[in-house]
Design a protein around this ligand. Structure first.
Ligand code: BGC
Length: 746
């Protein structure tokens, strides 16, 4: 290395290191074992016990006990829902009064940002932008860690295909390939340069496993699924999280084929800790150990504790099954102490890695908290990620972006001035706090146009109510405007845990409000805000411009204004198919052809079809428009046939054929035409997100290798089989622009 470069390098290193606290010593098995040797059985069981602080509860609160006394006795290994440098210090000080002074781990649901709130995860997934998603998790971790936290219960990496399920908002969508990349990006973001840095928190891949397939989309419901479906679709993001070094896993409320996930040793021992060699620890979901009684799987908590620990569940979140029964179970010879030791070791190792034995208070620095939270850079990141999460569903006659010469804008709808809904569900930081810092759509537009444009507003109606009393005022406001921007959708509390619905049409009389405004003849832009795919067929058919804006976080209004006025050209693409009606659910792009596929849309008799609806979704996976247009041309395959260990290059030209600079998410799908186990009509195998100037062309290429061609055969072995493959490159799963085929030969 050149001398000057070396000097600069050392200087940089030095300044970076200055920003960090002293690195903790690496956890060695020796240290862990030495500590374990000093522990009584009672203290070991204490490490496996997690209580909630009393601020937030997502389930029935465990019976009140003097938790601080329990901590002092060494009966608690971790707390959730205690946050803030001051409070965590206070509780950690109590842990330091215990005999062995083993520090507590503080965990919280930091799902999409902390103080600065980012878009809900399903929205962020629509960005298809791994850097942005990683940055969002990185920012959240930096803030959370400055607030005394060591652990986030995120990412949720469940795959789901049922928008009735309220928790779709927390995940990445329907596709295992994309879901795996996003899982990895989020784990990397949360854990940063590694545990032990005071800006990193432990990530937690949840909910292991198959929670997203709850029957009928009803939360907590049973899951019944083939091993093939489990391995092909539901497990890949969990495996990706392990590969990315995720520190912890959370199991799940659901049963899988008759066995509750919490007591499921196939999932936790065989797959996770066995086949995948996961070295971190597994926490139960909230009271899920105790819930095995209601499942009808065990008789009482004594049995529940035995089954859970034996199956590989290390930490008990709020069931009190371990703390009440494990010592007895060991003494009764029902649980070998080596199982307890293994669980304790896994947890202690993380405490060492976090540096808590070097300094249990290293995350509890109020000054740092003050300096880190709500920084301008974090807000900037949140605004950028929010803009990237918006999906342009329709834009007839280029109504968007709005011309800067517009003079009168009417802003109408029940969510137009809402700040509170912008944060979406699971924004624990904001519980009980004033939400004045959140930017509504109205405020975002006001910030953008200043006093140059006159803004008028009418609410029109409530989100859920049936009154049309506000319509007349809204119509009058619209009539005086050059353009109308409408904000309709769900309220933020309509998605999230325990928010399953049978009717996912946009609620109340909102669609009628849109009809009334559209009838004025004014150009109308509708912004749909929700945490799940919703149904809004009239709007989709009649309104010229539609943006799906989800819940975008604290900078929501600013990001929406950036997109409305063309300062950011939208590039989001849906990661979950939007149904036409609830009766179509589940609707997803990677379906099987069946023996009677629909070939012509109108010819459906004795075909695998509905008589009252097309099979296709309203908006397909991978779909989303831009203010510009892209042309795909010149597809070339490097070979017509490849051997198993060879690669094939598919190259093509992408041209920005429109007037605006823009980003496209180019998607590669493959279909294995004939196989010993039938394959879906299309599977996403790769994508490229690229920005092009107007008129610019680029040659792009995808590399196809064995991994992309493999599947689980009849014996559940991952393999390839010779035969023909169809290759499809396009702008959405239903908008394939380039097609070709190739042969895999022996
Ligand atoms: C949820 C988890 C969450 C936990 C702790 C449960 O109800 O299913 O995802 O991490 O509560 O708040």
């Amino acid at each position: 290395m050149h001398k000057i470069a070396l000097f600069i390098f050392i200087g940089l290193e030095f300044s970076v290191l200055q920003g960090l606290y002293a690195q903790p010593s690496k956890a060695s098995d020796k240290q862990v074992n030495a500590l374990l040797a000093k522990m009584t059985l009672d203290e070991k069981v204490g490490q496996l016990n997690q209580y909630t602080g009393d601020r937030a509860a997502t389930g029935p609160l465990s019976k009140s006990a003097d938790k601080l006394e329990e901590i002092k006795k060494g009966h608690v290994g971790s707390m959730l829902n205690v946050r803030g440098a001051k409070d965590t210090r206070m509780v950690q000080e109590v842990a330091m009064q215990s005999r062995l002074k083993i520090p507590l781990i503080f965990g919280l649901d930091v799902i999409h940002g902390y103080r600065v709130t980012f878009p809900v995860p399903l929205a962020e997934a629509s960005s298809w932008d791994m850097e942005a998603i990683e940055l969002s998790a990185r920012t959240a971790a930096t803030e959370a860690a400055a607030s005394g936290l060591h652990w986030t219960f995120a990412p949720m990496v469940d795959i789901f295909r049922d928008p009735r399920w309220g928790r779709v908002m927390e995940g990445a969508g329907e596709d295992p390939y994309l879901g795996s990349l996003i899982a990895k990006a989020r784990v990397k973001g949360f854990q940063g340069k590694g545990l032990g840095n005071t800006d990193a928190v432990m990530a937690c891949a949840k909910h292991f496993a198959a929670y997203g397939a709850a029957i009928g989309g009803r939360d907590y419901n049973a899951v019944d699924m083939s091993d093939r479906q489990l391995w092909e679709t539901y497990l890949p993001p969990f495996k990706a999280a392990v590969d990315a070094g995720v520190a912890t896993f959370m199991n799940s409320f659901n049963e899988l084929n008759g066995i509750p996930a919490t007591g499921n040793s196939y999932l936790q021992r065989n797959i996770l800790k066995g086949k995948w060699n996961f070295q971190g620890f597994v926490v139960s979901d909230w009271s899920s150990i105790g819930e095995m009684i209601a499942h009808g799987f065990v008789e009482n908590k004594y049995e529940a504790a035995r089954v859970a620990l034996t199956a590989g569940n290390d930490m008990d979140m709020e069931s009190r099954a371990y703390t009440e029964n494990l010592v007895q179970l060991v003494n009764d010879g029902k649980v070998p102490v080596k199982l307890v030791d293994d669980a304790v070791r896994r947890i202690l190792r993380k405490k060492f890695e976090l540096g808590l034995f070097d300094d249990p208070f290293r995350f509890c620095d109020e000054q740092r908290e003050q300096a880190v939270l709500n920084s301008p850079e974090s807000k900037k990141a949140a605004r950028m990620v929010a803009a990237k999460s918006i999906v342009l569903l329709k834009n007839e006659k280029q109504l968007l972006p709005l011309s800067k010469s517009v003079k009168n804008i009417a802003i109408i709808g029940p969510v137009a001035k809402s700040k509170n809904d912008m944060k979406g569900a699971w924004s624990v930081y904001w519980d009980g706090k004033d939400d004045k810092d959140l930017v509504s759509l109205y405020d975002g537009i006001k910030n953008k146009v200043g006093n140059d444009v006159s803004l008028s507003y009418a609410k029109g109606c409530g989100i859920k109510d049936t009154s049309r009393n506000g319509f007349a005022e809204a119509v009058a406001v619209a009539q005086k405007a050059d353009v109308v921007i409408m904000a309709v959708g769900e309220s933020a509390d309509m998605t999230g845990e325990s928010k399953s619905k049978t009717n996912i049409h946009i609620p109340g009389v909102q669609e009628d409000l849109v009809k009334a405004i559209q009838a004025t003849g004014k150009p109308v832009v509708v912004l749909l805000m929700a945490g799940r795919p919703t149904i809004f067929n009239w709007i989709a058919d009649n309104v010229p411009a539609i943006l799906y804006t989800w819940w975008l976080g604290s900078e929501a209004g600013n990001a929406m204004a950036d997109v409305l006025f063309g300062d950011y050209n939208p590039a989001g693409k849906l990661t979950m198919s939007f149904p036409r009606s609830e009766g179509q659910i589940p609707v997803y792009y990677s379906y099987k052809n069946t023996g009677r596929p629909v070939i012509k849309e109108k010819e459906i008799l004795y075909k695998s079809a509905y008589t009252d609806s097309p099979n296709t979704p309203r908006f397909a996976f991978g779909y989303g428009l831009s203010y510009t247009t892209f042309e795909y041309s010149n597809l070339k395959l490097s070979k017509a046939a490849i051997h198993n260990n060879e690669t094939l290059i598919a190259s093509f030209t992408l041209t920005n054929s429109g007037k605006y600079k823009g980003e496209e998410v180019v998607q590669l799908y493959l279909r294995d035409m004939v196989a010993s186990v039938t394959r879906p009509v299309k599977e996403l195998k790769d994508f490229i997100k690229i920005s092009l100037e107007p008129g610019e062309s680029k040659t792009l290429s995808f590399t196809i290798d064995k991994e992309k061609l493999s599947f689980y055969n009849q014996r559940m072995k991952r393999t390839t089989e010779p035969g023909r493959f169809e290759l499809m490159i396009g702008s959405a799963s239903n908008d394939i622009r380039l097609n070709s085929g190739f042969e895999l030969v022996d």
